[in-house]
Design a protein. Structure first.
Length: 139
């Protein structure tokens, strides 16, 4: 194996690990925000509302990271389904947090979206960080 191939493999794995850490960081922020925001059956007290607002900020930050990871996934050349699955937590949980920040919908969106995002990460790890999209040779 030539030195160039070794360096290219090292660069590829470094970028792949950074992308995986971005996806995991987005899910950690969303999860921490959901736990901190809690959910309420009735309208919460002012102190609980303030705590919910702080948790919502963590959720929105995680959603931004999730969408950034999806854009980076597309730029890396991952399959479309990996890009969609990685961006799903940001879209679903962010939408649920915007619609009603005090109910259980954020939890349900996370329960649906987190396993899909992890399956996208698992696919990239299984493909060993290589580009997976077929590119036709130029003219």
């Amino acid at each position: 194996m030539s030195q160039y191939a070794v360096l290219e493999a090292r660069r590829r794995w470094t970028r792949t690990i950074a992308w995986i850490l971005l996806v995991v960081a987005s899910m950690v922020l969303i999860g921490y925000g959901i736990v901190r925001a809690d959910f309420f059956i009735w309208l919460p007290t002012p102190a609980e509302q303030e705590e919910s607002v702080i948790g919502s900020r963590y959720i929105y930050a995680g959603c931004l990271l999730s969408v950034a990871a999806a854009i980076w996934s597309h730029a890396r050349g991952n399959p479309v389904w990996v890009t969609v699955c990685v961006g799903l937590p940001g879209v679903l949980v962010g939408w649920a947090a915007l619609v009603n920040p005090y109910n259980l919908m954020r939890f349900l969106a996370a329960v649906v979206a987190f396993p899909l995002a992890l399956s996208g990460v698992a696919e990239v790890i299984w493909a060993r960080g290589r580009r997976q999209r077929f590119t036709a040779p130029g003219p």
